[in-house]
Write a protein that binds this ligand. Structure first.
Ligand code: ZN
Length: 655
């Protein structure tokens, strides 16, 4: 385990909170220590209140932040004395504990303190670090895990049996820690959960974490080294994934994205001879159950999985003191010998996180198998975590999801103008968006966001279109909404001077490419959980052509007719196709200030008059068209297909 501590860097961080931020980020930088919000840290100090009095203070990670990117403001200052007093209570529900933690905060606007805050307060060292390190949970999740931990760490580490995080765990620590701690104690292992390290400086506490986890890693490398997976490739026909997504979404009751991971490691795990047994023993640390559910789905029988989940809920919820709300019964992890690891989530970020967690879980399971057999917590313990009061309370507080959460939109011509604006409008509504353009700038939009995939492609190539479809499936599992926007508008030319090449080029891009992508996308749209939608960006030139634009006008008119026929043919599959006919949208690449000036002068108008030269005297922007396009994929247009809507501020020839 690499020690990332750097004295020069560290010395730039002045004050205990800044030091705390520095070393927390070092922990967060190593995914084998801290994965997506797991783990937490704290530091104890003194703050001064408004009366000038000194207050013993615990600065503990607030909930909702991630150690990898944590900042000083993400730590909550709480009264240390209040924490210690709480630990002396005989009983406290976790809901009441969460309330008391908020009350102990010194800033009413701070986030809620970590539910492990009392535990941090109880450890009598200035700096406390806590992780769910892979190597530690690998060891604890084996039949003789406790013996191995004790053999490895001796009296340097206190070992606590598994108790659910929250007040009960704090209470146990309050009893065990003072009784067992010696001057040699530098850490504490929580069985089936993780590890704490502590010290008087940020460096000491961090280095001890690295040292302890490093020892566990060395032990694993000696006794349970992972063989590197042999090169493997997916054998699947990707067209099966949208169907799978439809079924998973039906079980959930709302659309989910599917992300496929086909690395050799994922495929080797999915094809493991004993996969049926080893994949069905539960998550590595209870923290993961909220995201991954208790068990992955093996194979594709989603109905049986959902039924088993309902039975598990029925059985375990009977002993709950208050009625529990059942979570949706759809799987979040699917292990498939053809596609590898498939993760299901309401957002692209969720699917990435679930995939990361499960890739780590796979390694933990495989190593556990080499140490006598991987074993997770029992069903009842895992159920208590999944249906924790605090998680149930979060469910009640959660607002309605965004309109297109869990859905996928594909926009052509996405690098600029109306297409670029459409990408934004769909992202704003919670969709994952695939943007396609021949301009490579499309790949650089929305840098690194999980819910955006930019593909540079020439849509006149059939191979390119098949590749777009496959990438869309691998990243997001299917397609719900298709926006056909890509098109070209060559300079004005009269028919008498219009060459065949120019005519064919315009037809190839504005018409033929759209036929090809509609044909390839049809099976995906048919499998869309809330039925497919297509919006075609037509043109005012369809109802009201102008001289000098024969190829463009004819291509858009033909595209309109193609869309109308598709509306007739695809209605049986509940796919809706509508058109918008924009006019005079000037905030696009073609309309440079010079061109605008020229055109305005040609009509004897100012640029502003020219832009508003319509019945309503309103300028129409790319965003206006994009917002209409997105709304046409929403519930407002649920019963409309084959419609053509002008968006042009009112044009006398169209009206
Ligand atoms: Zn923890």
């Amino acid at each position: 385990m690499e020690n990332l501590w750097n004295d020069t860097e560290a010395s730039k961080h002045k004050g205990i909170l800044a030091e705390r931020v520095y070393s927390s980020r070092l922990l967060g930088a190593n995914p084998n220590l801290v994965l997506h919000g797991g783990g937490n840290t704290s530091v104890k100090g003194v703050s001064r209140n408004i009366f000038g009095e000194e207050v013993e203070t615990l600065y503990v990670k607030g909930s909702g932040s991630d150690l990898a990117t944590i900042e000083a403001k993400d730590f909550v200052a709480v009264r240390l004395e209040a924490m210690l007093k709480l630990s002396r209570l005989e009983k406290l529900s976790d809901i009441d504990m969460a309330r008391e933690l908020k009350l102990a905060s010194l800033d009413p606007n701070a986030p809620a303190p970590s539910v492990e805050a009392i535990l941090h307060a109880l450890i009598p060292h200035r700096f406390v670090d806590h992780t769910h390190a892979d190597a530690i949970v690998t060891l604890t999740n084996t039949p003789d895990g406790e013996a191995r931990i004790r053999e490895l760490f001796g009296d340097e580490v206190i070992v606590l049996p598994y108790v659910m995080p929250g007040f009960d765990l704090a209470k146990l620590c309050a009893e065990v820690f003072p009784a067992q701690a010696t001057p040699r104690t530098i850490g504490m292992v929580l069985m089936n959960h993780g590890i704490f390290s502590f010290g008087d400086s940020a460096k000491q506490s961090y280095v001890r974490m690295i040292e302890l986890v490093g020892r566990a890693e060395d032990y694993l490398n000696r006794n349970a080294a992972l063989s590197s997976a042999t090169e493997m490739a997916p054998t699947a026909d990707w067209s099966a994934v949208p169907e799978l997504r439809k079924k998973v979404s039906a079980a959930a009751g709302f659309p989910l994205l599917l992300r496929s991971e086909t690395s050799s490691a994922a495929l080797a795990f999915a094809r493991h001879p004993n996969i049926a047994a080893i994949s069905q023993r539960g998550p590595a640390t209870p923290d993961h159950i909220i995201r991954t559910k208790r068990l992955p789905l093996l194979g594709r029988d989603i109905g049986a999985y959902a039924q088993a989940y309902k039975d598990y809920f029925e059985k375990n919820s009977q002993s709950a003191s208050t009625p529990l709300t059942m979570l949706d019964p759809a799987p979040r992890v699917i292990i498939d010998p053809e596609f590898g690891l498939v993760s299901a989530g309401r957002s692209a970020r969720d699917t990435q996180i679930i995939e990361d967690i499960y890739l780590h879980t796979q390694d933990i399971i495989l190593r556990g198998e080499k140490l006598g057999g991987y074993q997770a917590l029992g069903e009842a313990d895992l159920f208590s975590m999944e249906y924790w009061d605090l998680e149930q309370a979060k469910l009640k507080k959660a607002g309605a999801p965004k309109a297109f959460a869990g859905e996928v939109a594909l926009v052509t011509g996405a690098a600029s103008g109306i297409g670029k604006a459409c990408v934004q409008s769909f992202l704003n509504r919670g969709a994952a968006v695939v943007g396609v353009d021949i301009n490579p700038a499309v790949g650089l939009l929305h840098g690194g966001r999980a819910d955006y995939l930019g593909i540079t492609a020439d849509m006149t190539s059939a191979d390119a279109i098949r590749e777009i479809i496959e990438k869309t499936i691998r990243h997001y599992g299917g397609l719900d909404m298709l926006v056909l926007n890509a098109g070209i508008f060559p300079g004005g030319r009269k028919i008498s001077a219009l060459g065949d090449d120019e005519w064919r080029k315009v037809m190839a891009i504005n018409l033929d490419a759209n036929l090809a992508i509609m044909r390839e996308a049809h099976p995906l749209l048919k499998a869309a959980p809330r039925y497919g939608r297509v919006v075609v960006i037509g043109s005012k030139n369809v109802p009201a052509p102008g001289p000098g634009a024969a190829a463009y006008s004819a291509s858009k008119a033909a595209l309109t007719q193609l869309a109308r026929v598709a509306a007739l043919e695809w209605g049986a599959d509940a796919i809706r196709i509508n058109l918008v006919h924009p006019n005079a949208v000037f905030d696009t690449g073609i309309w440079t200030p010079e061109v605008l000036q020229q055109r305005a002068a040609h009509y004897g108008m100012t640029v502003d008059e020219y832009k508003r030269n319509n019945v309503l005297h309103e300028e129409v922007s790319s965003k206006d068209v994009a917002e209409l396009t997105a709304e046409m994929c929403g519930v407002l247009f649920a019963k409309i297909t084959g419609a053509q809507i002008p968006i042009d501020g009112g044009n006398e020839r169209v009206i």
